[in-house]
Design a protein around this ligand. Sequence first.
Ligand code: HEC
Ligand code: HEC
Length: 324
Amino acid sequence: MIVLLALAAPWTFSAPAEEPPRDALSDDLHLTAIPLGLPAFPDPQDWPVAKDRAELGRRLFFDPLLSADGTLACASCHPPERGFSHGAPKGIKGQGLRRRAPTLFNRAYGQAFFWDGRAASLEEQALKPIEDPQELGSTVAETLRRLRSHPDYPLRFQKAFADGITAANLAKALADFQRGLLRGNSPVDRFLHEHDHDALTAPQRHGMWIFDSKGQCWKCHPAPHYTDEKFHNTGVSWGRTPLDLGRYEATRRDADKGRFKTPTLRGVRLTAPYMHDGSIKTLEEVIDLYDRGGNPNPHLDPLLHPLKLNPEEKRNLVEFLKVL
Ligand code: HEC
Ligand code: HEC
């Protein structure tokens, strides 16, 4: 009977479409409790995140009013369903950008922002895309003018801040919204912190062990954020023109050539394609890069060397990454 049905209607047996990830939506703001596995905020003044500021920030984040021609919002390049990241973001008037938009998960714990670390805080970062001629292409002054003549932003700002609409408050609201984008309470957190052995499958546990031993991944991607917040050269795009020198652009130190900020691996199953340039499409290919010891170049990080992982070790490492 099954054979007959299969012949008559082969689509009955086709794989179901993948469900959109429920845990990536914008209303998943954590304002009252820090999820399992994440520590207290570095600056206690930022916790708890003020609800009225975060909600104002959320509205601004999704509002194309922030762009010169009303076509783009922060969320256009940081869409929630892709873990607030984008592999090939388009700026104002369809301009391509040279770097990928990284995830915004757990940025409350960040120490430097952008792939080259040129901004020191979320507040400092927040106004830059507004003024970047390739991103939102506007100015802060113009944005403040539009907010002041808007039917309800003036009241919303009044509620969130004593001094209403100012550049500093615009930055603060956007930063506080992003501080609420916390990703923890993963199967890995339940395994590590609740001693729930069954939270991870045997292949995932094996993958975690590879991450911490033979893979040496933890050296740059240590828990709980799975980033050391430092800059390293993996050679991922070395040799491509124009060459992106990463951290060097912010410091002009020779040793920083080709170094990029280690990204968090939280939510990494949502954020393909990978790396500062979005040049690696899958986690399997990321593992291949590390397995061969990174891409050769004069500034390659000394921590990288060929790993000689076997196919099962590679597969299980990917299984582990997917549940972070
Ligand atoms: C046109 C696309 C685009 C828009 C619009 C945009 N971003 Fe980004 N964002 C990027 C790219 C690309 C990067 C990485 C740039 C770099 O490292 O040089 C980035 C980086 C960031 C970072 C740094 C994250 C980290 O871990 O280093 C934050 C935070 C951020 N954006 C927030 C925002 C906010 C807030 C807005 C709206 C005000 C916004 N972005 C608008 C493309 C965009
Ligand atoms: C020497 C430090 C270092 C080591 C060791 C290291 N990484 Fe990375 N990792 C980085 C840096 C830096 C980047 C970003 C590189 C870039 O974009 O140019 C990165 C990027 C990634 C990404 C892409 C994430 C994204 O959002 O784009 C994944 C996945 C990843 N690493 C997993 C691993 C795994 C798995 C291991 C162990 C096999 C590992 N890393 C070992 C520093 C390291």
